[in-house]
Design a protein around this ligand. Structure first.
Ligand code: XMP
Length: 320
């Protein structure tokens, strides 16, 4: 059982000191590596790891081909300003090869997990001589995985998987007692700019969690474009998280007086504190209509846009 530390109860200064000690003790005089995606959790763990290890923590950004628009350049830029060097690794081919032909949600997650930890990271860790991978798993990831709701890509021990045996390196998870609100508080205390610690959550399986059915490069690109439109439109909404989802079904539409058997995008926008429960934001119709107009005019092939009005539970926030 992992003991939860709530955001309210966390003494950030003491927490940072403790975790810095733990990380130093685990890594000894060796090297550690961490993968930064630019999300709140991995950004916070990067700052914590650098506080503990300085240059002995190597930070890499894995370009898996399923990240948001402009993400690699943006994230490297943010961290450069914070004095953290980030190396970008192009692994797009590996990920798309692994996702090819897979439509089942859990199989997609498993393909991403195996590619990330075994193929891509296995190589990087081996080459660098690092012993540990530092990662930002949080308590909500563990809860949902153990409950069998969604296998979060970064949870192993609680499923009886020993990373040392499975992948050949140790995984350190200093944020595992926290939930999202606690991580934000910690990220702020560690000096992350608001653009990062207030960033809306983004899932480990990235845009593939927002494609129903096969995540091909083309379908990911459609989702990426629609997602960018939704993020721009809702950035001042104050909502916990918002996203665009590509459906598998096609629907009959019309364009220039011709029938178009087109694609369907679903927009979701959530109110939540810690992602355990969530309700849809009561967005105005003016905003929703503007989003629909922009998506149908700028994203090729999309003829239908819907807005989700169901809560979590029984929904979940991501779609697959
Ligand atoms: P769900 O969809 O489980 O998401 O309600 C809860 C929160 O966790 C974020 N998140 C993930 N979701 N797989 C997911 O399905 C993951 O690996 C993952 N990592 C993070 C999700 O974006 C939402 O904020």
């Amino acid at each position: 059982m992992i003991k939860e530390i709530t955001a309210q109860k966390m003494n950030t200064k003491q927490f940072i000191e403790e975790k810095v000690q733990e990380i130093r003790a685990a890594v000894g005089d060796g090297l550690a590596i961490n993968a930064l995606s630019g999300g709140v959790d991995s950004s916070t763990v990067t700052m914590l790891g650098h506080r503990a290890l300085g240059k002995r923590l190597k930070t890499v950004f894995i370009n898996n081909g399923i990240m948001r628009e402009g993400e690699p350049v943006q994230v490297v830029g943010y961290f450069k300003k914070l004095g953290v060097k980030v190396e970008v690794v192009d692994a797009r081919k590996e990920f798309f090869a692994a996702l090819k032909g897979i439509t089942d949600p859990e199989e997609k997650r498993e393909a991403i997990t195996q590619t990330f930890y075994k193929k891509v990271f296995g190589k990087i860790v081996k080459k660098s001589g690092a012993k540990c991978l530092l990662q930002g798993t949080i308590l909500t990831d563990v809860d949902e995985t153990v409950a069998g709701i969604k296998r979060q890509h970064n949870v192993f021990e609680q499923l009886g998987i020993d990373p040392q045996k499975a992948f050949g390196y140790r995984i350190l998870e200093p944020l595992i007692q926290l939930r999202k609100d606690g991580v934000r508080k910690l990220g702020k205390a560690l000096g992350l700019p608001a653009e990062l610690f207030k960033r809306i959550p983004f899932p480990g399986p990235a845009l593939s969690a927002r494609v129903i059915g096969e995540a091909t490069p083309e379908r990911i690109e459609i989702t990426r474009k629609a997602n960018a439109i939704v993020e721009r439109a809702l950035k001042n909404s104050g909502a916990f998280q918002y996203m665009a989802i590509l459906h598998e079904d096609r629907v009959t539409g019309m364009r220039n007086n011709k029938r178009e058997f087109g694609l369907q995008i679903e927009v979701r926008c959530w109110e939540s504190v810690d992602a355990r429960i969530a309700t849809p934001t009561r967005l105005s119709f003016t905003i929703l209509e503007a989003i629909a107009a922009e998506i149908t005019s700028k994203v090729p092939g999309v003829v239908s846009v819907t807005y989700n009005i169901a809560s979590k539970p029984p929904s979940t926030m991501e779609v697959v």
